[in-house]
Structures are given as structure tokens and as C-alpha cells.
Design a protein around this ligand. Structure first.
Ligand SMILES: Cc1cc2nc3c(=O)[nH]c(=O)nc-3n(C[C@H](O)[C@H](O)[C@H](O)COP(=O)(O)OP(=O)(O)OC[C@H]3O[C@@H](n4cnc5c(N)ncnc54)[C@H](O)[C@@H]3O)c2cc1C
Length: 384
């Protein structure tokens, strides 16, 4: 196992200070290791996640070589030639487990933002104290965006949140964590080959969730009540002005509708599985409030905002992979982790083999199946 940094590198270096997992502690499980502390329903800090993964590396006896950067993987003969910062390796099979979130995805028009406005991504953002005084425009209303907008607003700054497609969820539903429902109802077990639109499912933004001791719901209504101003998707910069799209009402109704459908699925499961008597009554939540007049433009030179925080998602980095298996959008072509090149595999990608693959608790089943394929194909090659 080659790691360019240290064990749990992304959790050490690429997370902001206040981040906690949005999955509860009991869901943080890796093969043979699960949370056994006093707060199974709490949410780990990034530091605790680092310790958890470090412990897993020790307990599992994983043969990790740290400080080894892979700079190229090429297909040679019946295997792969791997070039690293510490020498060359020939391998019959390679598993790509380099992560789905290696770099922040920032739209190209960020180049047109005037230099007087500071720009940050979640990789460079640590906390509100590092930003210049004044207003902040947070772009993106998925898990990262809603969390950073709330933190910046709580620090006393005026905050504008630019909202694109998003996934709305309550933190708690019928007395249980909403992710408990995902798990128990089997929604997270849906397999990749049963998902209707797999490409879409794999690109779906993260849900609007935050892990706080108070189990707060952090949807757009909660943010608006805190005084965060909501605007539409940031579409372009023209003559120093940010242009936002109109359709907030449609976007909000779509997210509300999808949330209701998911809650219907939970209720249906509870009824058929006999859980109804144990859970609280079904709940429905107020629709997302549409601002009376969402502005369509913002003069970036006026001084109203001094910083932009891009919470527009993350993308993988396969710059080191010299095998033609990456599509034009930079995503790996694979079928449940089996890449279209003999002996090449992937793990740790969204909806890799089931919906839960996007989260840490998805790795165990995925790894078993992907490594099963790898072992069988190596055995066949040795036999032939
Ligand atoms: C902001 C954020 C919040 C998240 N919150 C949750 C959550 O609440 N619950 C949850 O279950 N999941 C969460 N996730 C997803 C979580 O990151 C993954 O579940 C988990 O960390 C993925 O582990 P991984 O090992 O697949 O990828 P990573 O953690 O990205 O690890 C990949 C490793 O590969 C190394 N690497 C990359 N390229 C090379 C190379 N060329 N050579 C050598 N080494 C290389 C990197 O240094 C890194 O250490 C979150 C992700 C992000 C970005």
C-alpha cells in the first residue's frame, strides 16, 4: 500500500477545523474495527477520524509504505509498471484507492473574480478568523457549503449563499438519526446495477447535514433564519458582477419533493417491517421558504463581500494514471470497481457497488467483492 503522505492523510491535511463527520459514530466501521466509545450517536471530529484510521492501520497490520508518491502507472506486459517517488514497482494488479475528493472543483469563471475579493476552497479554509473582515459569498449548498455558511454567519459576518442542486434532509426523523433510516430501511444497500441513473447517482451532491452534539438540522430554512441570504446558482461573472440564476423556487420544490419521497420510503419500510410501533409518528417538514426577491447580481467590486468560499464539490485526481480509463470529465470508467483494463481495480468511489459506498461504512462489502474478483482473476492467470 503506497501513501504519498501519512496514514489518514486527507483527514489530517484537507479538512477545516470545525468539521465533524456527518455519519454517527456507530456507523464508522471498518473491517474488524468499530466505534466502541461512550457516544455511539455522536459525530467524530476530523482528529478523531484520523485516530480511528490510524488504529485501523495498526489493528489490520496493513503493509503501508508512507511518503511514497505514485507518479505514473502504465500497462506493461500482463501487469503495470508503477513509478513512485521512491523507485519503480512491477505489479500484476493495481487497486486505485486514491480517493474521490483529491481536489476542490472550482468553476473556471473564478478567474474573472476581481483580485480585491479573496477566494478560498475547503482545502485552504480552516475557520472564519482567517478571512478578511466583511461579507462572504459561499458557493454551493451541500454539506460543505451549508456548514461553512452557518459557521461564518455565527462569527458575525454577512453571508450570502449561492444555491444550486442540493439534497435536503432533516438530521432527525421519527426520533432517529436520518442516516439510521438510510441504513435500516435498506436504501443504502441498493446496488449500483439496480440504480436507475447510475451516472447521476454517482455525481449527486452530499446531503445538507452537519454532525453537532445538538443534532441540529441545517437546511436552507435554518440558514435563512440565521440571517444567511439565499441566491441562485452562480452562473457567470460579467464586468465584475456575479450573475445568479433565477429558478430558486423550482430548485427548492424539487429538493423538498425528493426529501418527501425518501421519507415515504422510510415510512413504508417501517410499516412493513413492524417498526411503526417503536418509532415516533411520521413527520413532514415545512417547504423551503423562497426569498421574496432573490437578487440576480452582485457587484464584486463594491466591497459588499470581501471573500468567496467555493464549496462547489471535489473531484478525484488521476493525473498519475497513464492508462486510458478516465473519461472527459475526469472520472474513472469502471463497473463496480472493476476498471476496463485487466488487473486494474478501484475502491472508495461514490456508489461504487452500492449507495453506502460513498461513506466509510461502505468499504467493507465493496472491498470483499472487488478483492474477490481480483483474487479470482489472478488465480486464473496463474493457472493458464
Ligand atoms: C469534506 C468531507 C467530509 C466527509 N464526511 C464523511 C462522513 O461524515 N462520513 C463518511 O463516511 N465519509 C465522509 N467523507 C468521505 C470520506 O472521505 C471517505 O469516506 C474516506 O475518507 C475515503 O477514504 P479513501 O481512503 O477512499 O480516500 P482518501 O481519504 O481521499 O484517501 C486517499 C489517499 O490516497 C493518497 N493518494 C492519492 N493520490 C496518491 C498518489 N498518486 N500516490 C500516493 N498516494 C496517493 C492520499 O494522500 C490519501 O491519503 C467525507 C469526505 C469529505 C471530502
Amino acid at each position: 500500500m503506497l501513501e504519498r503522505g501519512e496514514v489518514a492523510n486527507s483527514w489530517r491535511r484537507e479538512r477545516w477545523d470545525s468539521l465533524r463527520l456527518l455519519t454517527p459514530n456507530w456507523q464508522s466501521r471498518l473491517p474488524g474495527l468499530r466505534y466502541e466509545g461512550p457516544d455511539p450517536d455522536g459525530y467524530m471530529t476530523a482528529g478523531e477520524v484520523t485516530e480511528f484510521i490510524e488504529r485501523f492501520a495498526k489493528v489490520s497490520g496493513a503493509p503501508v509504505r508512507v511518503g511514497v508518491n505514485v507518479t505514473s502507472v502504465r500497462r506493461v506486459g500482463d501487469g503495470y509498471h508503477v513509478t513512485t517517488s521512491r523507485g519503480e514497482i512491477h505489479a500484476r494488479a493495481v487497486v486505485i484507492a486514491s480517493g474521490a475528493c483529491n481536489q476542490p472543483a472550482v468553476p473556471p469563471f473564478s478567474d474573472a473574480v476581481p483580485a480585491s475579493v479573496e477566494q478560498l476552497t475547503p482545502f485552504g479554509y480552516h475557520g472564519p478568523g482567517q478571512l478578511p473582515d466583511g461579507g462572504v459569498l459561499v458557493v454551493g449548498a451541500s454539506a460543505t457549503g451549508v456548514q461553512l455558511a452557518a459557521e461564518l454567519r455565527q462569527s458575525g459576518r454577512p453571508v450570502i449563499l449561492s444555491v444550486g442542486e442540493h439534497v435536503r434532509l432533516p438530521r432527525m426523523y421519527r426520533g432517529r438519526d436520518v442516516l439510521w433510516w438510510m441504513d435500516a430501511s435498506g436504501v443504502w444497500d441498493q446496488r449500483y446495477d439496480e440504480v436507475e441513473d447510475l451516472t447521476r447517482a454517482r455525481r449527486l451532491p452530499s446531503p445538507q447535514l452537519v454532525g453537532t452534539p445538538e443534532r441540529t438540522t441545517l437546511d436552507l430554512n435554518a440558514l435563512a433564519s440565521m440571517g444567511v441570504e439565499l441566491v441562485g446558482r452562480w452562473a457567470a461573472v460579467r464586468a465584475g458582477r456575479a450573475l445568479f440564476s433565477g429558478g430558486l423556487r423550482n430548485m427548492f420544490s424539487l429538493a423538498d419533493l425528493k426529501m418527501e419521497r425518501l421519507l415515504d420510503t422510510f415510512d413504508e419500510w417501517a410499516k412493513t417491517d413492524g417498526y411503526d410501533a417503536e418509532a415516533g409518528p411520521p413527520e413532514r417538514f415545512a417547504p423551503t421558504r423562497v426569498p421574496e426577491s432573490a437578487r440576480l447580481q452582485l457587484d464584486l467590486r463594491s466591497g459588499e463581500i470581501r471573500a468567496v468560499v467555493w464549496a462547489t464539490g471535489f473531484r478525484p485526481d488521476y493525473g498519475w494514471l497513464d492508462v486510458p480509463v478516465v473519461d472527459a470529465k475526469g472520472h474513472l470508467n469502471h463497473e463496480g470497481g472493476v476498471v476496463d483494463s485487466p488487473g486494474l481495480y478501484a475502491l472508495g468511489l461514490p456508489v461504487l457497488r452500492r449507495r453506502r459506498s460513498t461513506f466509510m461504512c461502505g468499504i467493507e462489502d465493496d472491498a470483499r467483492e472487488v478483492i474477490g474478483h481480483l483474487a479470482r482473476s489472478l488465480a486464473e492467470r496463474i493457472r493458464s
